[in-house]
Design a protein around this ligand. Structure first.
Ligand code: FAD
Ligand code: SF4
Ligand code: SF4
Length: 1023
């Protein structure tokens, strides 16, 4: 059985804690099992149920919470992004989330080059605000978009450029923190310190002086050592001094303390000038050993980064069409065999010319080392940026391995001196093969910290293998005088190795420090001091006792229901993974909690979190809640179906099914499909509302409404007479603030004769090229001008058009064609959780399209959400090969035309645009990489100079934005960037392919956005 996630065994009065927090603070207090479960994990293999979760709004809230916890004897665990890899952010404690409300810059001193911030500010946001001043905070962790400064200080985090800038400990100037008794202390320069900070400093100094010989003997002399407390502040051992002037800074004792000594209130950080220029020299190696051996020589040239990418990762990138070109820019000869490794050597500085000289010096050095001609010089900034992206993506591909075996992080940041790096990596590779696993190496060669994750199955023999590999790795680290914990901290994974690293006397001193700071032992217990064994399965997220409830999902998840081979990474056949939930649980378990979905600036994921900043509105929060529900770890009252429970409803409520996670989540967690599963189960439990039915059956009844004289006019009165809209809101929950799409009597389908020319059977194509054009409900009934425009453009380009219509099938099957004559993709049914109905209607469409697809006739759609149903959900609905064939031909109008243009086969005469063009991509369009073709196509219009609006979801998301309970969130999503960008350019074309996107733009800016077909048609010089 799974470990019960309840508090029965914990002698803590949760109710009193929650009551007092609610009464005495303004913060959000959560005690239900789902909320606590969402904070039970970080990016490690561990899980521990918090006592309660607290999201404070003010500093006083935190002080009060610490006070209450002390009085009740409840442990306290501060949390930022929760992206730690070692379990330091998991614990049976009152978990306090700083990331929602503590995001402010408190003081920026440009003259003295420092900034003071609250602990919950995210690194990228801080650096975004510093850019205008030509400054940055240079501890550039890979999780810069999610990691908070508090969490980075808690872990003593290190960035790719640590060789130039050092770790957190080298870049923190001071910390104001609450102690366990609620008292605030200022930790900074020791000589100037006073009060309790001074007393604690004196105490630590006494210990350090007594233990000086031990410190000198046991503290590794490498830059990357983050284990234990920094007792060496008084007797520096780091390769790079903690302070420039040799003074002692007491805040450095707190850096890396993982929430065990004090709770950071604010942090003062040292800033660095933002380098004006960067160049990259990429060294190609035919031998991995040689690459590792060269690092020690390369660093002498003064690079700001030396990063490794090994052959496995290069090959992964080369096999991916989107990365192939970029990775090959790093290769000396892309026609030759892939090199065993490449080192990305970056030089940065104020002027470009000296950096080019550095590249020449690198080339010379490699010649001296016996590798002449092995360096690719990359002075171009955009090429460099692309290459760094590919490096990151390589890791993502590695992490997306399906099956129970996963790349596990536990020895992935051991740091060894550079002169031993080659021998160390060679020896560790041998250890992996001894235990039937393999490692892909990457990252920080400059500082001897290479990331490597052997694939382990923690539900089976993973723990034993982890122990065995760790023991052997530690022996190697000792042999080469390295640091066992060199980047990611101690947590539950490396806590037991602290005494191994430092010996009993220093370990005892660390315990004394902990006692001096936190006599009750309430700050993050079990971390650094008295840690558990790393392989204690009772702390695992997936232990051998983990079980999934049997379940029949509505969609086909068998592709996830597989196991893998840890050496070859090959997976077994779909459906053979042994998942009682038929693959759904394994798909959910793909979330490894890395927190990448906590994004705000780039791309789309996750729009709901961007608005609320609540963990439950994050893809990770959703995946965790689903995982806990499917493994029966939630206290679910409505027993009928954990999948359709209220706990899952709460997390799915604001998921707009934008499909961004499907593409942007490094492990491909596809929450939009999971939402369909939820809706299917939930609606079976509670039934469908009138609004559900109105949305779901729209394609069925749209034809009837438009065909009854005057009915469209009457229905449209709702948009003009407020009481009708109010009444509709009251009855159906459709927001009165929204205008509804306008019904028409004269639609695309009302002119059967007009569409007659657009019919041909697949076999009937002669010499003229032909395409199938889908007339979806929205573009046929509400905006038929888009369909007409598409017909005009395709005809002008010389294509014969077939528009699917059931009249064709009528002769074949008289039973069809009862209510509606049009085919439909079933999207509206899926949105209402009516999977069977969606299968029925989509099945008909697939049947109709399959013969065209088999003849390689392109199937073109205008509405992204409809078209991409053919490429996405249709493949998991049991339609078999015919759906695959159809999906291969399915494409948006712009994808089709842009591909023809690229091939030099598009014959469209377009006249010049008279005003600028703004383009907003529909979420599904972004998810399926179909924005670039739209931009390429728009560029064919002379003078158009299209600009892409950098936006997440428009907030409308099908029916979401019309729903009364979601209208405010919907507007906030739109206001995040889309609407302000449009307002900035009042005299421009606004192009948006999504019906609901256009509606949101019209409602929010009173501007008309047009489908791409219309702007093309408007610029045809010969119509
Ligand atoms: C894919 C991936 C890549 C990563 N890359 C890097 C990397 O390049 N370099 C690197 O160093 N790490 C890396 N990490 C680890 C992790 O992202 C970093 O350590 C990050 O700095 C943690 O920030 P966070 O806000 O998520 O902290 P959390 O995980 O929330 O917290 C970290 C620790 O700090 C403590 N803490 C948080 N807030 C406070 C506070 N106010 N007061 C006192 N203690 C506090 C917590 O209790 C915890 O012990 C990576 C992780 C992942 C998943
Ligand atoms: S949902 Fe994806 S991006 Fe978010 S934490 Fe999980 S794995 Fe990472
Ligand atoms: S589908 Fe969109 S809203 Fe839903 S979890 Fe994924 S990114 Fe978030």
């Amino acid at each position: 059985m799974n470990k019960p996630l309840d508090l029965k065994e914990v002698m803590i009065d949760q109710a009193t804690l929650a009551k007092r927090l609610r009464q005495e603070t303004f913060g959000e207090v959560m005690t239900d099992s789902a909320s606590r479960g969402r904070y039970a994990t970080d990016a490690s293999i561990y899980q521990a149920m918090p006592v309660a979760v607290f999201v404070p709004k003010t500093a006083e809230d935190i002080a009060t919470a610490i006070q209450i916890a002390a009085e009740l004897g409840v442990p306290v665990l501060p949390r930022g992004g929760g992206t730690s890899q070692c379990g330091q952010t998991t614990g049976a404690a009152l978990v306090i989330d700083n990331s929602k409300y503590f995001r402010n810059v408190l003081d920026l001193n440009l003259n003295q080059g420092y900034v003071e911030v609250e602990p919950g500010i995210v690194l990228d946001h801080l650096n975004g605000s510093l850019k205008q001043h030509g400054l940055w905070y240079p501890v550039d962790v890979s999780t810069a978009g999610q990691a908070t400064i508090g969490g980075m200080a808690g872990n003593n985090s290190c960035g790719s450029r640590s060789i130039a800038y050092g770790n957190m400990v080298h870049n923190v100037l001071g910390i104001n923190a609450w102690l366990a008794n609620g008292q605030i202390a200022e930790f900074g320069n020791y000589a100037n310190s006073a009060g309790v900070a001074r007393q604690l400093g004196d105490f630590v100094k006494g210990l350090a002086n007594t233990l000086q010989p031990e410190i000198e003997a046991h503290f590794p002399k490498v830059l990357r050592r983050v284990a234990g407390y920094n007792l060496d502040i008084f007797h520096p051992q780091s390769e790079l001094p903690y302070t420039q002037d040799g003074s002692v800074n007491l805040s450095h004792l707190l850096v890396g303390s993982e929430g065990t000594l004090a709770y950071f209130k604010s942090l003062k950080l040292k800033l660095a000038p933002l380098p004006k220029h960067k160049v990259l020299g990429i060294v190609n190696f035919a031998s991995f050993y040689k690459a590792m051996d060269s690092a020690q020589h390369i660093v002498k040239l003064g690079p700001t980064a030396v990063e490794l990418v090994d052959r496995t990762m290069i090959d992964l990138a080369r096999s991916n069409p989107s990365f192939k070109k970029t990775i090959e820019t790093a290769l000396i000869d892309h026609t030759a065999q892939t090199p065993e490794a490449i080192l990305l050597v970056e030089f940065s500085g104020e002027a470009h010319a000296p950096l080019l000289e550095k590249i020449m010096a690198l080339q010379e050095l490699m010649g001296d080392l016996g590798l002449p001609g092995s360096v690719v010089s990359m002075p171009d900034a955009s090429l460099q940026k692309n290459l760094w992206e590919v490096r990151k993506a390589g890791l993502n591909i590695m992490m997306s391995l399906k099956g129970d075996g996963k790349p596990v992080s536990f020895i992935e940041d051991c740091a060894v001196p550079l002169e031993s790096l080659a021998d160390y990596t060679q020896a560790l590779t041998d250890v992996f093969s001894k235990y039937g696993s393999r490692g892909t190496w990457y990252a920080h060669a400059s500082v001897g910290t290479l990331h490597v994750r052997p694939i382990l199955d923690m539900r089976r023999d993973g723990a034993q293998k982890m122990r065995a590999v760790a023991e052997e790795a530690s022996a190697l680290v000792r042999k080469y005088k390295g640091a066992y914990s060199g980047e990611h901290g101690d947590g539950l994974c490396r806590g037991e190795w602290i005494s191994w690293q430092f010996g009993p006397k220093i370990t005892e001193a660390l315990t004394e420090i902990k006692h001096a700071f936190d006599p009750q032992g309430l700050f993050n217990p079990g971390k650094i001091i008295n840690p558990p064994k790393m392989d204690d399965a009772s702390n695992f997220r997936f232990s051998p006792s983990y079980q999934v409830i049997p379940l029949q999902p509505a969609l086909d998840w068998s592709a996830w229901n597989v196991q893998n081979n840890p050496v070859t990474e090959e997976t077994t056949a779909p459906g053979t993974g042994g998942d009682p939930a038929m693959g759904l649980a394994k798909a959910v378990e793909m979330c490894n909690n890395n927190g990448h979905c906590r994004k705000f600036d780039a791309e789309v994921m996750c729009p709901s979190y961007r608005v609320t900043r609540d963990e439950k509105h994050l893809t990770r929060g959703r995946a965790n809640t689903l995982r806990l529900a499917l493994s029966n770890q939630l206290d679910i009252k409505d027993e009928t179906s954990p999948l359709g429970s209220d706990a899952i409803k709460e997390v799915m409520e604001l998921c707009v099914s934008c499909k961004a996670c499907r593409r942007e989540c490094p492990t491909g967690v596809d929450m939009a499909k999971m939402k369909i599963e939820f809706l299917s189960a939930y609606k079976k439990r509670v039934g469908h509302s009138l609004r559900d039915l109105a949305v779901a059956y729209l394609p069925k009844y749209a034809g009837t409404i438009s065909s009854i004289p005057l009915l469209p006019v009457i229905l449209n009165l709702r948009n003009h007479i407020a009481p009708i809209a109010k009444l509709q809101e009251w009855i159906m929950g459709i927001s009165a603030q929204r205008s509804l799409p306008i019904w028409k009597g004269n639609t695309f389908w009302s002119k059967p004769k007009a569409i007659a020319p657009y019919q041909f059977s697949p076999e009937a194509l002669s010499n003229q090229p032909g395409v199938v054009l889908l007339a979806d409900t929205f573009n046929a009934y509400f905006e038929d001008e888009n369909l007409q425009a598409a017909i005009t453009v395709l005809t002008a380009a010389g294509y014969r058009i077939h528009i699917p219509h059931k009249s064709q099938n009528k002769a074949k099957n008289k039973e069809q064609n009862t209510c509606s004559k049009e085919f439909c993709c079933g999207r509206t049914y899926l949105a209402a959780g009516m999977v069977d109905k969606a299968k029925e209607t989509l099945g008909e469409l697939i049947d109709h399209l399959a013969p065209y697809a088999q003849m390689n006739i392109p199937i073109i759609g205008l509405e992204p959400s409809c078209l991409f149903t053919l490429k996405d959900e249709a493949l998991v609905m049991g339609f078999g090969e015919r759906a695959v064939t159809v999906s291969q031909q399915a494409q948006l109008l712009e994808e089709f035309l842009a591909s023809k243009a690229k091939a030099g086969k598009l014959n469209l005469q377009l006249k010049a645009a008279s005003k600028p063009v703004l383009f907003h991509g529909h979420c599904h369009q972004k998810s399926f990489a179909a924005v670039t073709p739209a931009m390429e196509l728009l560029k064919l219009i002379p003078n158009a100079e299209p600009q892409l609006i950098e936006s997440s979801c428009c907030g409308m998301a099908g029916s979401f934005g019309y729903e009364a309970e979601h209208i405010e969130v919907s507007k906030q999503m739109a206001e995040a960037s889309l609407l302000p960008s449009i307002r900035k350019l009042p005299d421009s074309w606004v192009v948006a392919d999504g019906t609901s996107c256009r509606h949101q733009i019209a409602d929010g800016t009173q501007r008309e956005a047009v489908h791409i077909a219309r702007i093309l048609a408007a610029h045809l010089s010969v119509e």
